[in-house]
Design a protein around this ligand. Structure first.
Ligand SMILES: *Cc1c(COP(=O)(O)O)cnc(C)c1O
Length: 451
């Protein structure tokens, strides 16, 4: 099929995620046919640097021989077999490996296919844990303003991005919120570090009053990704964890975005010595090759589900494709390659290069803030930098910038007027320069063309 025919059928039949489909025909999409390393190649043969790691998943680049080989061999050996009543070697080996690399204590692994379901499972486990631990009144959840935990109804309930979540309000369970740890926009009107991390201490106040009713706190460790790469002040995460522990409230780390090296450590929790009770993983787990997610739990959590058959303490949850052997093969090959190339250990010079480029971009007249951690970055645009006045949303400035990057050979995505950079961990320094150069030029072009 040629490009025109593909675009016709796309308009006719394909409903794209997070997309206003009425506007879709106005800006025909790139149709990606192939990939090489960190580059996407469209049906016309044009090459684009994959500046958001194909939505935050790509680790070693695309079409990596070692992962592809593992997938091909597994397809020929065993395509699928259920984990309900049976086991297979890949699911076992990967569970052991994840348990070994995770923060201490996370010893049990439960598979699913998406970050949303990994979170959903963590929420259900936390809830059921207390039901079966003699504290059935501990039913509530605490999450952060501006949180994103996925798109299923449970994960939407703990989410805190009104634009995405508000319409579903009547379907959601109530959740208590902590003020977003976003210093420039401090909800408490305070200034870091003089504030003494008052946004974390808000958890102490909440749990002192209501801790007996709370099952768990869920948090994206160190960086709230989908709200625009909101980087938490240092010590915030650890303080939340200490307070939750003191009140015997389970700590759920949603490492779907931050896991597997993204923040500079294998898991963001490790940056602050935090050992969660439950941890959700997804995105980078297979290196960006196949959909696989995992929820890790401590022996303590797991123990509450043990009993005689007719006590019915079982975790009654499992998807048809839970722990599919091919996806597990991809994950095993991904993790092996990460070890062999010492990818995470070698990330510091790349993060530093990104930081240098971002420091230049931060000086642009319509860039109000850049935020970054490891290889995650957000560049926030504003109509008036000094007054911190946003652009009217209808101008879609973030969108215009990412579209202006396309002719420069870069694919990225905005979150509102925050331009997000999430290059593959395997990016070279010169590829990072290409990305940063294109983004800087695009921001200048779009913001100087005026609103
Ligand atoms: C992407 C993301 C999810 C959801 O993952 P899906 O695979 O899209 O369902 C959950 N939590 C965080 C922090 C994410 O970034």
């Amino acid at each position: 099929m040629d490009r025109q025919e593909l675009l016709r059928l796309d308009r006719e039949h394909l409903w794209h995620p997070f997309t206003q489909m009425r506007l879709w025909p106005d800006e025909p999409p790139l149709v990606i046919a192939r990939a090489e390393g960190n580059w996407l190649i469209d049906v016309e043969g044009k090459r684009y640097f994959d500046g958001v790691s194909s939505l935050w998943v790509t680790v070693h680049g695309h079409n990596v021989a070692a992962i592809n080989q593992a997938v091909k061999e597994q397809v020929d050996r065993l395509d699928h077999s259920t984990l309900l009543g049976l086991a297979h070697p890949n699911a076992i080996a990967l569970a052991a490996e994840l348990a070994a690399m995770a923060p201490a204590g996370l010893n049990k692994v439960f598979y699913s296919e998406a970050g949303s379901t990994a979170v959903e499972i963590a929420l259900k486990m936390a809830f059921q844990f207390w039901q079966q631990s003699g504290r059935p009144e501990k039913k509530g959840f605490v999450s952060l303003e501006g949180a994103y935990h996925g798109d299923t109804l449970g994960s939407v309930s703990v989410g805190g991005i009104d634009l995405f979540h508000q319409v579903y309000g009547p379907l959601l369970f109530p959740v208590r919120r902590l003020p977003q740890p976003h210093c420039r926009r401090c909800r408490l009107g305070l200034t870091h570090p003089g504030c003494g991390l008052a946004c974390a201490e808000a958890l102490e106040t909440l749990l002192a009053a209501h801790g007996d009713e709370i099952a768990a706190l869920i948090v994206e460790p160190r960086v709230q990704g989908a709200d625009g790469i909101i980087v938490q002040p240092e010590g915030y995460l650890r303080r939340l964890w200490e307070i939750a522990r003191a009140h015997d409230v389970l700590f759920i780390a949603d490492e779907v975005a931050t896991g597997f090296g993204r923040t500079g450590a294998m898991f963001a929790c490790q940056l602050e010595g935090v050992t969660p009770d439950l941890m959700a993983l997804g995105k980078g787990l297979t290196g960006g090759v196949l959909p696989l997610a995992a929820t890790l739990a401590t022996d303590r959590v797991y123990g509450a589900f043990l009993g005689e058959f007719d006590e019915f303490k079982t975790f009654f949850h499992g998807h048809t494709y839970t722990g599919n052997p091919i996806t597990c093969a991809a994950a095993l090959a991904n993790l092996r390659l990460m070890r062999q190339t010492r990818l995470v250990e070698n990330l510091a010079p790349k993060a530093a290069r990104l930081a240098e480029g971002l420091a230049r971009i931060a000086k642009l007249p319509h860039v109000v803030q850049v935020r970054h951690q490891g290889l995650m970055a957000g560049i926030e645009l504003a109509a008036d930098k000094a007054a911190d006045t946003p652009y009217p949303p209808g101008l879609r400035m973030g969108h215009r910038v990412i579209m202006a990057c396309r002719p420069k050979g870069v694919v990225i995505r905005p979150l509102g007027d925050t331009v997000v950079l999430m290059p593959p961990l395997a990016s070279s320094l010169s590829e990072l320069d290409h990305l940063l150069g294109a983004v800087e030029e695009a921001i200048v072009e779009v913001t100087e063309a005026g609103a």
